[in-house]
Design a protein around this ligand. Structure first.
Ligand code: NAD
Length: 425
């Protein structure tokens, strides 16, 4: 039987969209293979094991930090806790961070932390059956505190500055601050913790909303005539839904890990949010979607997990656009199907960049006596996402390539210039 260690290492690098795209950009620009490899491979990968003790129950948790590229600045990237994560996923996520920070023109590099942990095992260990948010927070606190302790030096010196990702949020970031006592050693901190930033919590969802708003204008539709389906109702999905609902867009379907909800007249997002806060899931709020990916919606927003849209799901999707709130939610096979069906994908490295844009402000201004307000943070997200979306659309048109590839093109070109100027290549 495969051990947890073997499962964490994974068999081998799977073909990924970011690698395909970097190679294609290499062909278009006639870049030498050594430079293409510099863009693909991480600079450093740490694999580690954390020892935690949950009320007399000792446990170990495998983890990995992929330090992908720091040509443009300190290593930046979120911490993910997930039961099926391996080092290759973590490396792919770190590569996307490098491409993302360059695409929205931030002086950050790219990194990611993956912690492989199955929360359902903790529930079983303590004989718990009901969803218990306090229990989950306690377990995550033990894991994150141990992680922060293990990497005290790297974090305190701000060589790697983490942020939230799946299954981590402001509370977990506060535990990291509690270890380093350095306001700019971690972003995504909750209100009141030194260096916190108004608007950071909502920032990724706000960026997704900006992309959708641009697309609605492009389609020449009114927001009230536009329908959206969202997969995932965590930080990214729920905040995207909040801003889109405020604009008047109809959210017709939402799916999370336990089930889905559907209303062709538009779901009441405020009531759904309250329901999820007390129940931990959208399931049961109203009728489920007959077939989530098959619903009629102008725009599909996958904002949950990677590889959620495979070939089978892609065949069902009827939307004009797919806006990737999540990281690599669309598989390479699904991308081919979308290309044939004429469905445009707004890639993760642009669509979910709102969080890291806000993080750049949180990192830079932690001890300022004058905090930026929410509106200023949101205005910066809108400026950076809209500007680079338009630049990528121009490249796509000029070179007759997909928007997905054009985003990698724009990002890689900037990275190559930086690496050349630094004498790396
Ligand atoms: P989260 O943990 O807050 O929420 C995840 C959501 O996905 C939950 O609603 C969960 O129920 C749902 N989900 C999990 N498995 C599912 C499945 N099999 N089918 C359907 N739904 C499922 O996570 P998040 O922070 O919102 O992150 C979501 C995605 O966005 C991830 O890919 C993450 O890397 C990406 N992202 C997050 C941020 C951020 O600031 N949090 C920034 C950039 C990108």
């Amino acid at each position: 039987m495969e051990t947890e260690f073997e499962a964490f290492f994974g068999k081998q690098q799977r073909p990924t969209r970011s690698i395909n795209n970097i190679r294609k950009v290499g062909d278009i620009l006639d870049i030498e293979p050594r430079t293409v490899n510099e863009l693909i491979y991480p600079q450093d990968v740490h694999v580690f094991r954390l020892h935690i003790n949950l009320v007399e129950h000792p446990m170990s948790v495998w983890g990995c930090i992929s330090f992908h590229n720091r040509a443009k600045g300190i290593y930046k990237g979120g911490i993910r806790i997930s039961s099926d994560l391996d080092i290759w996923d973590t490396i792919e996520l770190s590569r996307l961070m490098t491409l993302k920070t360059s695409l929205v023109d931030l002086e950050f590099g790219g990194a990611k932390t993956g912690l492989r942990f199955d929360m359902s095992k903790a529930y079983k260990l303590f004989g718990k059956e009901e969803y218990d948010i306090k229990f989950e927070s306690y377990v995550k606190k033990e894991i994150i505190k141990e992680f922060a302790h293990h990497y005290h030096d790297i974090l305190s010196k701000k060589q790697y500055v983490p942020a939230p990702d799946i299954n981590t949020g402001p509370a977990e970031m506060a535990w990291i601050y509690g270890e380093t006592h350095e306001p700019s050693s971690v972003t995504g901190k909750p209100e009141g913790v030194p260096g916190w930033l108004p608007g950071r919590k909502e920032a990724t969802g706000y960026g997704v909303y900006i992309v959708v708003k641009n697309l609605i204008e492009k389609m020449g539709q009114k927001p009230g005539e536009t329908t959206v389906a969202i997969q995932g109702f965590g930080n990214v999905g729920s905040n995207s839904a909040f801003f889109l609902d405020k604009l008047g867009v109809k959210i017709v379907a939402v799916e999370d890990k336990d089930g889905s909800v559907y209303n062709e007249e538009g779901i009441d997002v405020t009531s759904l949010t309250k329901y999820v806060t007390s129940n931990g899931t959208v399931k049961g709020f109203c009728d489920p979607a007959p077939d989530f990916f098959g619903v009629e919606a102008d725009i599909m927003v996958p904002a949950a997990i990677n590889d959620a849209i495979d070939a089978e799901a892609a065949k069902k999707i009827k939307a004009k656009y797919v806006v990737e709130g999540a990281n690599f939610p669309t598989t390479p096979e699904a991308m081919e199907i979308f290309e044939k069906k004429g469905i445009e994908v707004i890639p993760d490295i642009l669509a979910n960049a709102g969080g890291v844009i806000a993080s750049s402000v949180e990192y830079a201004n932690p001890v300022s006596t004058q905090k930026m307000d929410k509106e200023e943070v949101f205005a910066m997200i809108e400026r950076k996402i809209s500007k680079n979306l338009n630049l990528a659309l121009d490249i796509a048109k000029e070179r007759s390539i997909s928007l997905d590839l054009a985003c990698t093109f724009l990002s890689a070109e900037r990275l190559i210039t930086t690496m050349q100027n630094k004498g790396w290549i």
